[in-house]
Design a protein around this ligand. Structure first.
Ligand code: NDP
Length: 451
Protein backbone atom coordinates (compact mmCIF):
# COMPACT_ATOMS: atom_id res chain seq x y z
CA UNK A 1 0.00 0.00 0.00
CA UNK A 2 1.40 3.42 -0.89
CA UNK A 3 1.05 6.16 1.65
CA UNK A 4 1.88 9.83 1.88
CA UNK A 5 2.99 9.58 5.48
CA UNK A 6 6.63 9.44 6.52
CA UNK A 7 6.60 6.78 9.27
CA UNK A 8 9.85 7.88 10.90
CA UNK A 9 8.63 11.45 11.01
CA UNK A 10 5.23 10.50 12.40
CA UNK A 11 6.83 8.46 15.18
CA UNK A 12 9.18 11.34 16.03
CA UNK A 13 6.24 13.74 16.21
CA UNK A 14 4.29 11.38 18.45
CA UNK A 15 7.29 11.02 20.77
CA UNK A 16 7.68 14.81 20.95
CA UNK A 17 4.05 15.34 21.89
CA UNK A 18 4.21 12.53 24.50
CA UNK A 19 7.38 14.11 25.89
CA UNK A 20 5.75 17.53 26.16
CA UNK A 21 2.80 16.01 27.97
CA UNK A 22 4.96 14.03 30.42
CA UNK A 23 7.88 16.34 31.16
CA UNK A 24 10.36 14.85 33.64
CA UNK A 25 8.91 11.31 33.51
CA UNK A 26 12.23 9.91 32.32
CA UNK A 27 11.65 6.20 32.87
CA UNK A 28 8.25 6.38 31.20
CA UNK A 29 9.65 8.26 28.20
CA UNK A 30 12.52 5.75 27.96
CA UNK A 31 10.00 2.89 27.77
CA UNK A 32 7.92 4.72 25.13
CA UNK A 33 10.99 5.43 22.97
CA UNK A 34 12.10 1.82 23.27
CA UNK A 35 8.77 0.48 21.99
CA UNK A 36 8.19 3.15 19.34
CA UNK A 37 11.77 2.69 18.10
CA UNK A 38 10.70 -0.68 16.69
CA UNK A 39 7.57 0.51 14.89
CA UNK A 40 8.63 2.23 11.66
CA UNK A 41 7.86 -0.70 9.35
CA UNK A 42 4.63 -1.42 11.21
CA UNK A 43 3.34 2.11 10.81
CA UNK A 44 4.35 2.12 7.15
CA UNK A 45 2.38 -1.07 6.63
CA UNK A 46 -0.70 0.18 8.53
CA UNK A 47 -1.02 3.98 8.31
CA UNK A 48 -4.37 3.76 10.14
CA UNK A 49 -2.31 3.54 13.33
CA UNK A 50 -1.25 7.12 12.59
CA UNK A 51 -4.59 8.49 11.38
CA UNK A 52 -6.34 6.94 14.39
CA UNK A 53 -3.68 8.37 16.74
CA UNK A 54 -2.90 4.94 18.19
CA UNK A 55 0.59 6.00 19.32
CA UNK A 56 -0.80 8.89 21.35
CA UNK A 57 -3.73 6.84 22.66
CA UNK A 58 -1.67 3.80 23.66
CA UNK A 59 0.77 5.94 25.65
CA UNK A 60 -1.94 7.77 27.62
CA UNK A 61 -3.31 5.69 30.54
CA UNK A 62 -7.04 5.11 30.55
CA UNK A 63 -7.05 6.12 34.22
CA UNK A 64 -4.47 7.14 36.87
CA UNK A 65 -5.31 6.87 40.54
CA UNK A 66 -3.08 8.64 43.08
CA UNK A 67 -3.98 8.44 46.74
CA UNK A 68 -2.94 9.05 50.35
CA UNK A 69 -1.83 6.07 52.45
CA UNK A 70 -1.71 7.06 56.15
CA UNK A 71 -0.49 4.49 58.67
CA UNK A 72 0.90 4.20 62.18
CA UNK A 73 4.22 2.56 63.12
CA UNK A 74 4.82 0.39 66.20
CA UNK A 75 5.76 3.46 68.28
CA UNK A 76 2.53 5.27 67.47
CA UNK A 77 4.14 7.68 64.96
CA UNK A 78 2.04 8.56 61.94
CA UNK A 79 3.39 8.26 58.39
CA UNK A 80 1.87 9.30 55.08
CA UNK A 81 2.84 7.61 51.83
CA UNK A 82 1.61 8.08 48.29
CA UNK A 83 -0.18 5.21 46.54
CA UNK A 84 -0.63 4.74 42.80
CA UNK A 85 -2.58 2.59 40.39
CA UNK A 86 -2.23 3.28 36.69
CA UNK A 87 -4.92 1.52 34.68
CA UNK A 88 -3.16 1.76 31.37
CA UNK A 89 -4.95 -0.24 28.72
CA UNK A 90 -7.90 -2.63 28.76
CA UNK A 91 -8.21 -3.42 25.05
CA UNK A 92 -7.36 -7.10 25.61
CA UNK A 93 -8.91 -7.63 29.04
CA UNK A 94 -9.07 -6.28 32.59
CA UNK A 95 -6.05 -4.31 33.83
CA UNK A 96 -3.37 -6.67 35.13
CA UNK A 97 0.00 -5.87 36.67
CA UNK A 98 1.84 -5.86 39.98
CA UNK A 99 2.22 -3.52 42.94
CA UNK A 100 5.65 -2.19 43.90
CA UNK A 101 6.50 -0.96 47.41
CA UNK A 102 9.84 0.87 47.22
CA UNK A 103 10.98 4.36 48.28
CA UNK A 104 11.86 5.26 44.66
CA UNK A 105 8.29 4.73 43.41
CA UNK A 106 6.81 7.74 41.62
CA UNK A 107 4.41 8.28 38.74
CA UNK A 108 7.14 7.91 36.09
CA UNK A 109 8.20 4.48 37.43
CA UNK A 110 4.62 3.24 37.69
CA UNK A 111 3.79 4.49 34.18
CA UNK A 112 6.86 2.88 32.62
CA UNK A 113 6.01 -0.41 34.30
CA UNK A 114 2.35 -0.15 33.26
CA UNK A 115 3.28 0.70 29.67
CA UNK A 116 5.64 -2.30 29.41
CA UNK A 117 2.97 -4.47 30.98
CA UNK A 118 0.51 -3.77 28.12
CA UNK A 119 2.78 -5.40 25.54
CA UNK A 120 4.08 -8.12 27.85
CA UNK A 121 0.54 -9.22 28.64
CA UNK A 122 -0.33 -9.21 24.95
CA UNK A 123 2.64 -11.51 24.25
CA UNK A 124 1.38 -14.10 26.75
CA UNK A 125 -1.68 -14.68 24.55
CA UNK A 126 -3.92 -14.32 27.63
CA UNK A 127 -6.92 -11.95 27.74
CA UNK A 128 -5.38 -9.37 30.08
CA UNK A 129 -4.86 -5.63 29.74
CA UNK A 130 -2.01 -3.65 31.30
CA UNK A 131 -1.74 -1.79 34.60
CA UNK A 132 0.68 -1.25 37.49
CA UNK A 133 0.64 0.28 40.94
CA UNK A 134 2.48 0.69 44.20
CA UNK A 135 3.62 3.15 46.81
CA UNK A 136 6.76 5.06 47.82
CA UNK A 137 6.77 2.98 51.01
CA UNK A 138 10.03 1.42 52.22
CA UNK A 139 9.30 -2.00 53.74
CA UNK A 140 12.95 -2.50 54.79
CA UNK A 141 13.32 -2.73 58.55
CA UNK A 142 9.55 -2.58 59.15
CA UNK A 143 7.94 -5.09 61.51
CA UNK A 144 5.33 -7.57 60.36
CA UNK A 145 2.60 -5.53 62.08
CA UNK A 146 3.73 -2.34 60.36
CA UNK A 147 3.67 -4.09 56.96
CA UNK A 148 0.16 -5.34 57.71
CA UNK A 149 -1.11 -1.90 58.75
CA UNK A 150 0.40 -0.33 55.63
CA UNK A 151 -1.18 -2.96 53.34
CA UNK A 152 -4.56 -2.51 55.03
CA UNK A 153 -4.46 1.27 54.61
CA UNK A 154 -3.34 0.94 50.97
CA UNK A 155 -6.19 -1.43 50.15
CA UNK A 156 -8.76 0.64 52.04
CA UNK A 157 -8.54 3.18 49.21
CA UNK A 158 -7.63 0.93 46.29
CA UNK A 159 -10.31 -1.74 46.79
CA UNK A 160 -13.04 0.33 45.07
CA UNK A 161 -11.08 0.24 41.81
CA UNK A 162 -10.36 -3.50 41.81
CA UNK A 163 -12.26 -6.65 40.87
CA UNK A 164 -11.76 -9.88 38.98
CA UNK A 165 -13.16 -8.44 35.72
CA UNK A 166 -11.90 -4.93 36.37
CA UNK A 167 -8.36 -4.62 37.70
CA UNK A 168 -6.27 -7.44 39.18
CA UNK A 169 -3.00 -6.55 40.95
CA UNK A 170 -0.16 -8.91 41.92
CA UNK A 171 3.32 -8.60 43.48
CA UNK A 172 6.49 -6.82 42.36
CA UNK A 173 9.48 -5.37 44.24
CA UNK A 174 8.65 -5.32 47.97
CA UNK A 175 5.35 -7.16 47.52
CA UNK A 176 5.46 -10.94 47.99
CA UNK A 177 3.06 -13.59 49.31
CA UNK A 178 2.92 -12.02 52.79
CA UNK A 179 1.85 -8.62 51.46
CA UNK A 180 -0.61 -10.18 48.98
CA UNK A 181 -2.18 -11.96 51.98
CA UNK A 182 -2.70 -8.71 53.92
CA UNK A 183 -3.99 -6.92 50.81
CA UNK A 184 -6.42 -9.72 49.96
CA UNK A 185 -7.57 -9.98 53.59
CA UNK A 186 -8.46 -6.29 53.72
CA UNK A 187 -10.22 -6.44 50.32
CA UNK A 188 -12.27 -9.44 51.46
CA UNK A 189 -13.24 -7.63 54.65
CA UNK A 190 -14.30 -4.35 53.00
CA UNK A 191 -15.95 -5.85 49.90
CA UNK A 192 -17.60 -8.59 51.99
CA UNK A 193 -16.92 -11.29 49.42
CA UNK A 194 -14.31 -13.99 48.88
CA UNK A 195 -13.35 -12.89 45.39
CA UNK A 196 -10.18 -14.93 44.85
CA UNK A 197 -9.64 -13.70 41.30
CA UNK A 198 -9.22 -10.03 42.29
CA UNK A 199 -5.51 -10.46 43.08
CA UNK A 200 -2.83 -13.00 42.08
CA UNK A 201 0.29 -14.25 43.76
CA UNK A 202 -1.82 -15.71 46.59
CA UNK A 203 -0.59 -18.58 48.73
CA UNK A 204 -1.82 -21.89 47.22
CA UNK A 205 -3.38 -22.64 50.64
CA UNK A 206 -6.01 -19.94 50.05
CA UNK A 207 -6.61 -19.52 46.35
CA UNK A 208 -3.17 -19.18 44.79
CA UNK A 209 -1.66 -21.40 42.16
CA UNK A 210 1.38 -23.60 42.46
CA UNK A 211 4.40 -22.26 40.49
CA UNK A 212 3.32 -18.56 40.72
CA UNK A 213 6.11 -17.85 43.18
CA UNK A 214 8.66 -19.45 40.87
CA UNK A 215 7.07 -18.42 37.57
CA UNK A 216 9.00 -15.30 36.56
CA UNK A 217 12.39 -16.85 37.31
CA UNK A 218 11.56 -20.27 35.86
CA UNK A 219 10.03 -18.56 32.81
CA UNK A 220 13.19 -16.54 32.29
CA UNK A 221 15.30 -19.71 32.40
CA UNK A 222 12.99 -21.38 29.85
CA UNK A 223 13.22 -18.32 27.59
CA UNK A 224 17.03 -18.35 27.83
CA UNK A 225 17.04 -22.05 26.97
CA UNK A 226 15.20 -21.18 23.75
CA UNK A 227 17.59 -18.32 22.99
CA UNK A 228 20.62 -20.53 23.48
CA UNK A 229 19.00 -23.18 21.30
CA UNK A 230 18.97 -20.63 18.49
CA UNK A 231 22.76 -20.44 18.77
CA UNK A 232 23.09 -24.26 18.81
CA UNK A 233 24.14 -24.23 22.40
CA UNK A 234 22.42 -25.04 25.68
CA UNK A 235 22.41 -24.07 29.33
CA UNK A 236 24.50 -26.98 30.60
CA UNK A 237 28.03 -25.97 31.55
CA UNK A 238 27.50 -22.25 30.85
CA UNK A 239 28.44 -19.60 33.42
CA UNK A 240 25.67 -17.21 34.54
CA UNK A 241 25.53 -13.93 36.44
CA UNK A 242 22.20 -13.10 38.08
CA UNK A 243 21.68 -9.71 39.72
CA UNK A 244 19.28 -9.32 42.64
CA UNK A 245 18.39 -11.91 45.27
CA UNK A 246 14.64 -11.38 45.49
CA UNK A 247 11.81 -13.38 43.98
CA UNK A 248 12.85 -13.26 40.32
CA UNK A 249 16.58 -13.78 40.95
CA UNK A 250 16.05 -16.67 43.39
CA UNK A 251 13.90 -18.76 41.07
CA UNK A 252 15.99 -17.89 38.04
CA UNK A 253 19.02 -19.30 39.85
CA UNK A 254 17.03 -22.36 40.93
CA UNK A 255 15.92 -23.28 37.41
CA UNK A 256 19.24 -22.43 35.73
CA UNK A 257 20.99 -24.74 38.22
CA UNK A 258 18.41 -27.49 37.61
CA UNK A 259 19.11 -27.17 33.88
CA UNK A 260 22.86 -27.60 34.47
CA UNK A 261 24.01 -23.96 34.37
CA UNK A 262 26.59 -22.57 36.77
CA UNK A 263 25.48 -19.37 38.55
CA UNK A 264 28.51 -17.69 40.14
CA UNK A 265 27.13 -14.37 41.41
CA UNK A 266 24.04 -12.61 42.76
CA UNK A 267 23.45 -9.30 44.53
CA UNK A 268 21.25 -6.88 46.43
CA UNK A 269 21.18 -3.11 46.35
CA UNK A 270 24.31 -2.92 48.56
CA UNK A 271 26.67 -5.17 46.57
CA UNK A 272 27.26 -8.63 45.08
CA UNK A 273 28.79 -11.97 46.05
CA UNK A 274 31.09 -13.90 43.74
CA UNK A 275 31.10 -17.61 44.47
CA UNK A 276 33.25 -19.38 41.85
CA UNK A 277 32.12 -22.79 43.16
CA UNK A 278 28.50 -21.97 42.33
CA UNK A 279 25.86 -20.10 44.34
CA UNK A 280 24.45 -22.12 47.26
CA UNK A 281 20.78 -21.31 46.77
CA UNK A 282 19.66 -22.77 50.11
CA UNK A 283 21.96 -20.30 51.82
CA UNK A 284 20.60 -17.39 49.73
CA UNK A 285 17.03 -18.41 50.60
CA UNK A 286 17.90 -18.71 54.30
CA UNK A 287 19.42 -15.21 54.36
CA UNK A 288 16.98 -13.40 52.07
CA UNK A 289 13.65 -15.19 52.53
CA UNK A 290 13.82 -16.55 56.09
CA UNK A 291 15.99 -13.96 57.85
CA UNK A 292 15.23 -11.04 55.49
CA UNK A 293 18.96 -10.23 55.73
CA UNK A 294 21.61 -8.79 53.39
CA UNK A 295 23.59 -10.60 50.71
CA UNK A 296 27.01 -9.80 52.28
CA UNK A 297 26.10 -12.31 55.01
CA UNK A 298 26.49 -15.02 52.35
CA UNK A 299 30.22 -14.23 52.11
CA UNK A 300 30.48 -14.25 55.92
CA UNK A 301 29.05 -17.78 56.06
CA UNK A 302 30.70 -19.51 53.07
CA UNK A 303 34.41 -19.91 52.43
CA UNK A 304 35.97 -18.89 49.13
CA UNK A 305 33.35 -16.23 48.45
CA UNK A 306 34.11 -12.57 47.83
CA UNK A 307 31.74 -9.69 48.50
CA UNK A 308 32.06 -6.43 46.55
CA UNK A 309 30.29 -3.13 47.02
CA UNK A 310 32.69 -1.03 44.96
CA UNK A 311 32.29 -2.52 41.49
CA UNK A 312 29.62 -3.87 39.19
CA UNK A 313 28.48 -7.50 39.11
CA UNK A 314 28.73 -7.18 35.31
CA UNK A 315 32.53 -6.90 35.56
CA UNK A 316 32.73 -10.70 36.08
CA UNK A 317 33.25 -13.18 33.26
CA UNK A 318 30.19 -15.07 32.07
CA UNK A 319 28.44 -16.66 29.10
CA UNK A 320 25.01 -15.35 30.05
CA UNK A 321 23.97 -12.26 32.06
CA UNK A 322 20.54 -12.08 33.66
CA UNK A 323 19.68 -8.73 35.30
CA UNK A 324 16.88 -9.50 37.79
CA UNK A 325 16.93 -6.55 40.23
CA UNK A 326 15.58 -3.24 38.94
CA UNK A 327 15.37 -0.71 36.09
CA UNK A 328 18.54 0.82 34.59
CA UNK A 329 20.90 -1.40 36.61
CA UNK A 330 22.97 -2.42 33.56
CA UNK A 331 24.68 0.61 32.01
CA UNK A 332 26.70 1.16 28.85
CA UNK A 333 30.00 0.61 30.76
CA UNK A 334 28.61 -2.68 32.09
CA UNK A 335 27.61 -3.76 28.59
CA UNK A 336 31.15 -3.01 27.39
CA UNK A 337 32.67 -5.18 30.12
CA UNK A 338 30.27 -8.05 29.42
CA UNK A 339 31.05 -7.96 25.70
CA UNK A 340 34.81 -7.79 26.30
CA UNK A 341 34.52 -10.78 28.65
CA UNK A 342 32.77 -12.91 26.03
CA UNK A 343 29.15 -12.81 27.19
CA UNK A 344 26.91 -14.20 24.43
CA UNK A 345 23.36 -13.78 25.80
CA UNK A 346 21.67 -11.15 27.98
CA UNK A 347 18.04 -11.59 29.04
CA UNK A 348 16.04 -9.30 31.31
CA UNK A 349 14.36 -10.80 34.39
CA UNK A 350 13.72 -7.31 35.76
CA UNK A 351 11.73 -4.66 33.89
CA UNK A 352 13.96 -2.41 31.73
CA UNK A 353 17.20 -3.21 33.64
CA UNK A 354 19.39 -2.46 30.61
CA UNK A 355 19.67 1.15 29.48
CA UNK A 356 19.01 2.07 25.84
CA UNK A 357 22.77 2.60 25.26
CA UNK A 358 23.59 -0.82 26.74
CA UNK A 359 21.02 -2.52 24.48
CA UNK A 360 22.44 -0.75 21.42
CA UNK A 361 25.91 -2.03 22.28
CA UNK A 362 24.66 -5.61 22.68
CA UNK A 363 22.90 -5.46 19.34
CA UNK A 364 25.90 -3.94 17.54
CA UNK A 365 28.17 -6.63 19.00
CA UNK A 366 25.95 -9.59 18.13
CA UNK A 367 25.10 -10.40 21.76
CA UNK A 368 21.61 -11.96 21.78
CA UNK A 369 19.36 -9.69 23.83
CA UNK A 370 16.04 -10.85 25.35
CA UNK A 371 13.87 -7.89 26.46
CA UNK A 372 11.96 -8.10 29.75
CA UNK A 373 8.53 -7.82 28.20
CA UNK A 374 9.17 -11.22 26.62
CA UNK A 375 11.74 -12.88 28.89
CA UNK A 376 10.02 -12.14 32.22
CA UNK A 377 6.43 -12.65 31.03
CA UNK A 378 6.21 -16.03 32.79
CA UNK A 379 5.06 -14.39 36.03
CA UNK A 380 2.03 -12.68 34.59
CA UNK A 381 1.27 -15.69 32.39
CA UNK A 382 0.99 -17.91 35.48
CA UNK A 383 -1.06 -15.16 37.15
CA UNK A 384 -3.51 -15.55 34.27
CA UNK A 385 -3.55 -19.30 34.96
CA UNK A 386 -4.28 -18.47 38.61
CA UNK A 387 -7.25 -16.30 37.53
CA UNK A 388 -8.47 -19.16 35.36
CA UNK A 389 -8.25 -21.61 38.24
CA UNK A 390 -10.07 -19.18 40.57
CA UNK A 391 -12.88 -18.75 38.04
CA UNK A 392 -13.25 -22.46 37.30
CA UNK A 393 -12.67 -23.72 40.88
CA UNK A 394 -10.25 -26.23 39.38
CA UNK A 395 -6.66 -26.51 40.60
CA UNK A 396 -3.72 -27.65 38.50
CA UNK A 397 -0.78 -29.61 39.89
CA UNK A 398 2.72 -28.15 40.03
CA UNK A 399 3.77 -30.24 37.04
CA UNK A 400 0.74 -29.23 34.95
CA UNK A 401 1.29 -25.53 35.61
CA UNK A 402 5.02 -25.78 35.00
CA UNK A 403 4.36 -27.55 31.69
CA UNK A 404 1.98 -24.76 30.63
CA UNK A 405 4.58 -22.17 31.63
CA UNK A 406 7.20 -23.91 29.48
CA UNK A 407 4.86 -23.95 26.51
CA UNK A 408 3.95 -20.28 26.96
CA UNK A 409 7.63 -19.22 27.10
CA UNK A 410 8.40 -21.31 24.02
CA UNK A 411 5.50 -19.65 22.22
CA UNK A 412 6.58 -16.13 23.26
CA UNK A 413 10.11 -16.89 22.09
CA UNK A 414 9.00 -18.07 18.67
CA UNK A 415 6.59 -15.12 18.30
CA UNK A 416 9.48 -12.70 18.97
CA UNK A 417 11.91 -14.57 16.72
CA UNK A 418 9.46 -14.95 13.82
CA UNK A 419 8.18 -11.36 14.04
CA UNK A 420 11.73 -10.01 14.06
CA UNK A 421 12.46 -12.04 10.95
CA UNK A 422 9.23 -11.01 9.22
CA UNK A 423 10.11 -7.34 9.72
CA UNK A 424 13.65 -7.73 8.37
CA UNK A 425 15.62 -7.77 11.64
CA UNK A 426 16.43 -11.44 12.34
CA UNK A 427 17.75 -12.12 15.83
CA UNK A 428 16.41 -8.81 17.17
CA UNK A 429 14.11 -10.01 19.96
CA UNK A 430 13.47 -6.44 21.06
CA UNK A 431 11.91 -5.55 17.72
CA UNK A 432 10.06 -8.87 17.62
CA UNK A 433 8.54 -8.38 21.08
CA UNK A 434 7.66 -4.73 20.55
CA UNK A 435 6.07 -5.29 17.15
CA UNK A 436 4.10 -8.42 18.04
CA UNK A 437 2.83 -6.94 21.32
CA UNK A 438 2.00 -3.58 19.76
CA UNK A 439 0.11 -4.99 16.77
CA UNK A 440 -2.11 -7.15 18.93
CA UNK A 441 -3.09 -4.28 21.22
CA UNK A 442 -3.32 -1.66 18.45
CA UNK A 443 -5.56 -3.84 16.28
CA UNK A 444 -7.85 -4.51 19.24
CA UNK A 445 -8.01 -0.79 19.99
CA UNK A 446 -9.01 -0.10 16.38
CA UNK A 447 -11.70 -2.79 16.56
CA UNK A 448 -13.16 -1.31 19.76
CA UNK A 449 -13.61 2.16 18.28
CA UNK A 450 -12.58 5.56 19.57
CA UNK A 451 -12.78 5.01 23.33
P1 NDP B 1 12.04 -8.40 45.09
O1 NDP B 1 11.63 -7.27 45.96
O2 NDP B 1 11.71 -9.78 45.49
O3 NDP B 1 13.62 -8.35 44.85
C1 NDP B 1 14.25 -7.24 44.28
C2 NDP B 1 15.75 -7.48 44.29
O4 NDP B 1 16.37 -6.44 43.55
C3 NDP B 1 16.34 -7.43 45.67
O5 NDP B 1 17.46 -8.27 45.72
C4 NDP B 1 16.75 -5.97 45.82
O6 NDP B 1 17.78 -5.74 46.75
C5 NDP B 1 17.23 -5.69 44.41
N1 NDP B 1 17.13 -4.25 44.13
C6 NDP B 1 16.03 -3.48 44.25
N2 NDP B 1 16.32 -2.20 43.94
C7 NDP B 1 17.60 -2.20 43.61
C8 NDP B 1 18.51 -1.19 43.19
N3 NDP B 1 18.11 0.10 43.08
N4 NDP B 1 19.79 -1.55 42.90
C9 NDP B 1 20.19 -2.85 43.03
N5 NDP B 1 19.39 -3.84 43.44
C10 NDP B 1 18.13 -3.52 43.72
O7 NDP B 1 11.45 -8.05 43.63
P2 NDP B 1 11.23 -9.03 42.40
O8 NDP B 1 12.28 -10.07 42.37
O9 NDP B 1 9.81 -9.43 42.40
O10 NDP B 1 11.42 -8.02 41.17
C11 NDP B 1 12.68 -7.80 40.56
C12 NDP B 1 12.48 -7.22 39.17
O11 NDP B 1 11.70 -8.14 38.38
C13 NDP B 1 11.70 -5.89 39.11
O12 NDP B 1 12.19 -5.13 38.04
C14 NDP B 1 10.28 -6.34 38.81
O13 NDP B 1 9.52 -5.31 38.20
C15 NDP B 1 10.57 -7.47 37.83
N6 NDP B 1 9.49 -8.44 37.66
C16 NDP B 1 8.96 -9.11 38.75
C17 NDP B 1 7.96 -10.04 38.56
C18 NDP B 1 7.45 -10.88 39.68
O14 NDP B 1 6.68 -11.81 39.38
N7 NDP B 1 7.82 -10.63 40.91
C19 NDP B 1 7.38 -10.27 37.22
C20 NDP B 1 8.08 -9.59 36.15
C21 NDP B 1 9.07 -8.71 36.39
P3 NDP B 1 17.45 -5.05 48.16
O15 NDP B 1 16.94 -6.17 49.02
O16 NDP B 1 18.74 -4.49 48.60
O17 NDP B 1 16.42 -3.98 47.91
Amino acid sequence: MTTSIDPGDEIKQAITSIKNLNEGQNEFLQAVREVFGSLEAVVEETPTYITQKILERISEPERQIVFRVPWQDDNGNIHVNRGYRVEFNSALGPYKGGLRFHPTVNISIIKFLGFEQIFKNALTGKPIGGGKGGANFNPKGRSNDEIMRFCQSFMTELYRHLGETRDIPAGDIGVGTREIGYLFGQYKRIANKYESGMITGKDPEWGGTLVRNEATGYGLAYFVREMLGESDSDIEGKTFLVSGSGNVATYTIEKIQQLGGEVVACSDSDGFVHDPSGIDLDLVKQIKQVERGRIYEYADRKQGVNYYDDKSIWSLECDVALPCATQNELLKEDAKMLIENGCMVVAEGANMPATTEAIELFQESGVLFGPGKAANAGGVAVSALEMHQNASLHSLTFEETDKQLQNIMKEIHSTCRDTAEEYGTPGNYLNGANIAGFKKVANSMLALGLI
